[in-house]
Design a protein around this ligand. Structure first.
Ligand code: FMN
Length: 210
């Protein structure tokens, strides 16, 4: 299957060559992230696309000095809402009504149910939930990048508070969740490129209940 070939081709590149990724590819990767499903359709995150080399240089030291941060073409920062607010929930429900062109009682009841629960929760608990949603878009972006023949290195190895500070995310009610440099592998400097992909056997992953 074509998709599985692409997923076998992809790996978490440890070295990139600085080559730029065409904007149309980046747009399709971002569109795949935008199309990701999220809990209640709230899409509680934003994606910051960093092309600016100076900003990448600032992030590198707070991301374990990983070279792909500066040698990538575009650095995506998945930044999740710091919490759920009434306004944020209402915005998404209003957008749905606007786009679909009608109001539905069941949907409005559901809105009230969320309004009566999410905003009252502890911000940390909410961030835990919003960042999980960001990871779904992140995974879509990784798959879309592979589909486009673009390398992507998923990165959790960074100090989120420092990245938030560099990008001014907290002022916008956002917190960095995970990073995704996009670019092209530098094969001669990447120890991982020729190693066999390791995954646990299917029987250790999947339990079928007939
Ligand atoms: C959420 C997440 C965070 C990761 N963080 C890092 C990272 O900071 N640096 C890195 O080199 N690889 C990172 N990886 C890559 C994983 O180590 C890699 O995906 C895994 O070993 C499987 O190998 P493969 O992606 O090459 O198939 C991360 C992967 C994920 C999914």
């Amino acid at each position: 299957m074509e998709l599985l070939n692409k997923l076998n081709w992809r790996y978490a590149a440890k070295a990139m060559n600085g080559e730029k990724v065409a904007e149309d590819k980046i747009e399709r990767i971002l569109e795949a992230a935008r199309l990701a499903p999220t809990s209640s359709g709230l899409q509680p995150f934003e994606i910051i696309v960093i092309k600016n080399q100076d900003i990448k240089e600032k992030i590198k030291p707070v991301a374990w000095n990983q070279s792909v941060i500066t040698d990538c073409s575009h650095l995506l920062v998945f930044a999740a809402w710091d919490t759920y607010t009434e306004e944020r929930i209402n915005n998404m429900f209003d957008l749905t009504n606007d786009i679909r062109g009608f109001k539905n009682e069941g949907w409005e009841n559901y809105r009230q149910m969320l309004l009566n629960s999410y905003p009252q929760k502890d911000a940390e608990e909410n961030f835990n939930h919003t960042s999980k949603q960001a990871y779904i878009a992140f995974a879509n972006a990784i798959t879309a990048a592979a589909f486009e023949g673009v390398d992507a290195t998923p990165i959790e190895g960074f100090d989120p508070a420092s990245v938030d500070e560099i990008l001014g995310l907290r002022e916008k009610g956002l917190r960095s969740a995970v990073l995704l440099p996009l670019g092209y592998r530098k094969e001669n400097e990447d120890w991982l490129v020729n190693l066999v992909k390791v995954r646990k056997p299917m029987e250790d992953l999947v339990t079928v209940i007939d």
